[in-house]
Design a protein around this ligand. Structure first.
Ligand SMILES: O=P(O)(O)OC[C@H]1O[C@H](O[C@H]2O[C@H](CO)[C@@H](O)[C@H](O)[C@H]2O)[C@H](O)[C@@H](O)[C@@H]1O
Length: 260
């Protein structure tokens, strides 16, 4: 029993130790919901916190700008939750991308989104708890407050995606219908091809299915992914238990960067 307990403890310790690349090479990519911010009942219930904002500001400075947020949220939402620190970022799973010079590249929204918005809003109006989030180039059908509808909502989202030429991205209690052609992996690769990220070692920290694209891209480009939580399978080579463990690991990294 003690042995089992000891093994579990050492596994947890291994999981919580991120082997950061050398500070001058590290290019850090961070997911938002479920990674930097705990999951909340509703997207609007997530807001900035002074600690998170201060930590992001510190890291961005110490990494000489080689840090970006990769999120399913719109850029405006990323900025709101980051407390107004305007970081390089990919929004809506890469459909929007703001580079280190604050230049924003946005994919033109698919025409199918308009009719699909009407269908989903009519569905949400009939079913309390179902929420439709309209984003630039995508729609999110949230079922966190109506989990009994999850299967039905997944089937409907899949059917609508096929009928209207949209891409389906499943996430944590959400089914997203997106303009095709973007994902977090492509966004990470685009950042890595330009200053100040170029030549760095990419590390992506994320929790959800959409982060898998970025884990794969980070690995392909010489770095690795860090999975938050224990969802499996995952392309991430390292792990952190939860948002608190992420904040602790990032604070430790900031301290280390300060000493360099
Ligand atoms: O890529 P991320 O930054 O992790 O964004 C993914 C989606 O996050 C938001 O939805 C999720 O978080 C909400 C707040 O905790 C939660 O209520 C919801 O159930 C989750 O799916 C956001 O609303 C989506 O637009 C993002 O795509």
């Amino acid at each position: 029993m003690n042995q089992i307990r000891q093994n579990a403890t050492s596994r947890a310790a291994e999981r919580d130790a991120v082997p950061w690349p050398r500070p001058e090479r590290l290019a850090l990519f961070l997911d938002l919901d479920g990674t930097l911010a705990p999951i909340a009942p509703h997207p609007a219930a997530v807001g900035p916190t002074p600690d998170r904002t201060a930590l992001l500001r510190r890291l961005h400075g110490h990494l000489q700008g080689r840090m970006a947020i990769l999120s399913g949220r719109a850029l405006s939402e990323i900025d709101r939750i980051c407390g107004g620190v305007r970081l390089p970022a990919a929004g809506v799973h890469g459909l929007q991308r703001r580079d280190a010079c604050e230049h924003v590249i946005e994919t033109f929204p698919a025409p199918g989104l308009k009719p699909v918005t009407a269908v989903l809003e009519a569905y949400a109006a009939l079913h309390p708890g179902v929420l439709v989030e309209v984003k630039p180039g995508a729609l999110a059908l949230h079922v966190r407050q109506a989990q009994a509808r999850a299967e039905e909502a997944a089937a409907m989202a899949a059917e609508l995606a096929k009928a209207y030429g949209l891409e389906l991205q499943a996430g944590d209690q959400v089914f997203e219908l997106k303009t095709p052609g973007a994902n977090k992996g492509a966004a990470l690769a685009a950042f890595m091809a330009e200053a100040p990220f170029e030549g760095g070692v990419p590390v992506m920290i994320g929790d959800d299915l959409t982060d898998e694209h970025a884990f794969e891209a980070a690995q392909r480009l010489g770095g690795f992914g860090v999975l938050v939580g224990d969802r499996q399978p995952s392309a991430a080579r390292h792990g952190l238990a939860d948002v608190d463990a992420v904040m602790t690991a990032l604070a430790g990294l900031a301290d280390r960067l300060e000493r360099v």
